[in-house]
Design a protein. Structure first.
Length: 133
């Protein structure tokens, strides 16, 4: 009886593992979209020289290792990632609110920017907007 239970448990666990890995594989190609409410949020920090400089400093400290010094996704840690970091030097179609949500929440392999304050994240967005100029 125990053997049957162990076998059943193994089959159930393997079935769950297969189902989860299938869902992850199917979701890998999905577009990363912020919720509408988050995307509608306005940047409360004006894009002046001071906020851009602060955003650049935060970017260099927390984002550069993957996104690279100019935001092209060519940072030293990028080579080891399964998914290539986004090229932030191109015009970013997302709203500031959507970018804030993405930076705040992350999506594998990008980690959430938990080390940055809310104000620093908004400043990073101001800096990112300068990369495509």
């Amino acid at each position: 009886m125990k053997r049957l239970s162990l076998r059943s448990a193994t089959v159930i666990c393997l079935s769950w593992a297969l189902a989860i890995s299938t869902q992850l594989a199917l979701g890998a190609g999905e577009k990363w979209t912020a919720p509408a409410r988050a995307a509608a949020k306005k940047n409360p920090i004006s894009a002046d020289a001071a906020s851009i400089a602060r955003g650049k400093a935060s970017f260099m400290a927390e984002c550069m290792s993957c996104h690279g010094p100019t935001g092209r996704g060519d940072g030293p840690a990028a080579a080891g990632l399964e998914k290539h970091p986004g090229d932030l030097s191109k015009r970013l179609p997302d709203s500031d609110g959507a970018l804030f949500w993405k930076i705040t929440n992350g999506k594998s392999p990008m980690v959430a920017a938990t080390k940055l304050s809310e104000e620093e994240r908004w400043c990073v967005i101001n800096y990112l907007r300068t990369l495509a100029r």
